[in-house]
Ligand binder design. Structure first.
Ligand code: ATP
Ligand code: MG
Length: 575
């Protein structure tokens, strides 16, 4: 491609709302153009990269035996009602009616559509397993579309679904196979990534893993171990049972408490409480109140009890009560339910109050907790006397111990670019997608579901590969393999040599961009740095001596080289 004839327009101006390098450079470099919140046009450069990412994903998936399909983007809402997701999905689901008043949904993901397809054709275990995927536009009316391609409303996703006769087969021939396939895809894209345990919703367990591109700008906090390969999204991270302060430090004595109700005037926070009794917050019980939202507008206040030294993990807490979402609740509303904000605890709650205690409190025989009475706390409260429900609802902290080894856990940031999930029969059961097993018995398909954020990957690649000048594409994702910059096109010898190299390299199968524009050299160089093609050959003044330069975009190092050696050299670099 000759730059002078291309539809490539770079700009000095960044979008006013852009904070991430990938957002700024993809727009400035002429890869994408915004047409509204979370909506982007892909321009020739962006489309080329998108197609490369897509092709790598497709190649590896096909090699693994997956089959590509392309299902309708507009999906009938009946299917969403069948699965029960029409309500549950909330406002991200864009619903509309056609001229005949039939109701539809723009596909944000395609479980329902895929199950509906397969249930019509697959009737016997002999037809299993199968793994179908598509690489297709999705629409989610995200509440806060932002960061360019990172969180769009319309975006390109690879979504795959596998169907199996039982769980063992799903794990072996679906989940594990996709884990290996995804690893190959992200490796080929040139990314530094980590596979982490992820939130599996109310299902729980290790049935869900995310592929995280490590980058400071990542929206996800991931917990990693400093001595083994343990990694988990903070929403799912666990830790070895922490030791109490008196177990950690022999100088520290376990507080002795005899049961009683204590006047604690105006002591409403854990900090104040710990200070008041001169103890570590570990020995206190903190209550966090939330409102849990369910289908059909049902809402219920829930109290979560954790050690004073811990923080509530909201996704875990939400799963613990099987809610769609948790939101904050005002003190007035708590009071109207007979609760006493600041002094709430597990003993003496109004009847029918839902209270969930953290696993770490199990067996605690002496803690300090609110007495559900203004200005009073119980001291020496024995939780074993109460009938409590225990769940894992705390957030792992930096410095906690690894659940797999004795290492220390720390936080790092990641961009979720892939997600693999053991679905089980979550959709096949309500949609009555069944097959006949070896014994002629009807069974629902056991499923897995697997996603890759194809368009988000463009942003992730740049978040991990950029400098203060612009993009640095990896070899397999760059929009062109090579750029040839003719320093001054008015110099006939320069232009001729540039065009000759262009021709020669194209014949060798190299995808070259020839910058033959009538611009200053500095301007063209800045565009090269902004666009981020891995190498450039600069044809400048020294062409008179038969010398050109090769620039490496990543290191910005320049090397002079004889004109006749530049083609083999470049071929060597690109190999
Ligand atoms: P997130 O937690 O980031 O909102 P998700 O868990 O809702 O994502 P999935 O339903 O697992 O996303 O979708 C599969 C993949 O699609 C994700 O791993 C991510 O890479 C990508 N993706 C999801 N939402 C968006 C979006 N709004 N814009 C671009 N890519 C997205
Ligand atoms: Mg996900």
């Amino acid at each position: 491609m000759k730059f002078s004839q291309s539809f490539i327009y770079t700009s000095k101006e960044a979008p006013s709302d852009a904070v991430l390098p990938s957002h700024i450079y993809l727009v400035r470099g002429g890869f994408i153009q915004s047409v509204g919140a979370g909506l982007y046009n892909f321009l020739p450069l962006g489309k080329k990269v998108l197609d490369k990412v897509r092709a790598i994903a497709k190649e590896e998936l096909d090699k693994a035996g997956c089959q590509e399909v392309d299902l309708a983007f507009v999906t009938p809402s009946e299917l969403w009602r069948e699965s029960g997701r029409f309500e549950k999905y909330g406002k991200e689901l864009l619903r509309f009616k056609d001229r005949k008043n039939a109701e539809f949904v723009l596909g944000p993901t395609h479980e329902e559509m895929m199950v509906n397809l397969v249930r019509q054709y697959v009737k016997s275990y002999k037809q299993l397993p199968i793994n179908l995927y598509q690489i297709k536009t999705k629409f989610r009316d995200e509440i806060r579309p932002r960061f360019g391609l990172m969180r769009g409303r319309e975006f390109l996703m690879k979504d795959g679904y596998s169907f199996h006769k039982d769980e063992a087969d799903m794990i072996e021939n679906g989940f594990k196979k996709m884990e290996a396939t995804y690893s190959r895809i992200f490796k080929r894209l040139g990314l530094d990534f980590r596979i982490v345990e992820a939130d599996s919703g109310a299902i729980g367990g290790s049935g869900s893993k995310e592929f995280m591109v490590l980058a400071e700008s990542g929206e996800d906090t991931i917990v990693v171990c400093d001595s083994c390969d343990y990694g988990a999204n903070i929403e799912a991270a666990t830790r070895a049972t922490p030791k109490a302060p008196h177990e950690l430090d022999s100088e520290y004595e376990k507080p002795e408490m005899t049961f009683g109700k204590f006047l604690t005037p105006d002591i409403k926070t854990i900090e104040a409480l710990a200070e008041f009794f001169k103890i570590d917050p570990y020995y206190t019980l903190k209550v966090v109140a939330k409102k849990a939202l369910y289908d059909d507008g049902v809402a219920k206040v829930v109290l979560f009890g954790i050690r004073g030294s811990d923080q509530l993990q909201e996704v875990k807490a939400c799963n613990a009560v099987d809610a769609n979402e948790l939101i904050d609740v005002e003190d007035e509303e708590l009071e109207s339910l007979g609760l006493t904000p600041g002094f709430m605890g597990p003993k003496g709650l109004p009847e029918n109050t839902l209270f969930i205690a953290d696993n770490l409190l199990k067996g605690e025989s002496s803690t300090i907790a609110g007495a559900n009475e203004k200005d009073y706390h119980y001291v020496g409260l024995n939780l074993n006397d109460l009938d409590l429900v225990y769940k894992d609802i705390v957030e792992v902290k930096e410095g906690d111990s690894c659940p797999k080894c004795s290492g220390k856990l720390k936080y790092t940031k990641g961009i979720e670019v892939g997600h693999i999930f053991q679905l089980g029969t979550r959709y096949s059961e309500p949609l009555k997608a069944e097959f006949l097993d070896e014994n002629g018995k009807s069974q629902p398909f056991v499923m897995g579901t697997y996603g890759i954020g194809i368009s988000r990957l463009l942003a992730a690649i740049i978040e991990q590969n950029h400098d203060e000048k612009g993009c640095i594409w990896t070899k397999t994702t760059a929009p062109f393999d090579l750029e040839i910059i003719v320093s001054n096109i008015k110099k006939e010898q320069e232009l001729e040599a540039g065009e000759q190299l262009y021709k020669e390299l194209k014949e060798k199968g190299v995808d070259v961009l020839l910058d033959d524009r009538k611009e200053r050299f500095g301007f063209k160089m800045s565009d090269f740095e902004l666009i981020g093609i891995p190498y450039a050959i600069i044809v400048g003044k020294k062409i008179g001596d038969g010398v050109v330069e090769i620039v490496n975009r990543r290191t910005l190092e320049k090397e002079e080289i004889a004109l006749e050696s530049v083609v083999p050299k470049i071929m060597e670099y690109l190999a």
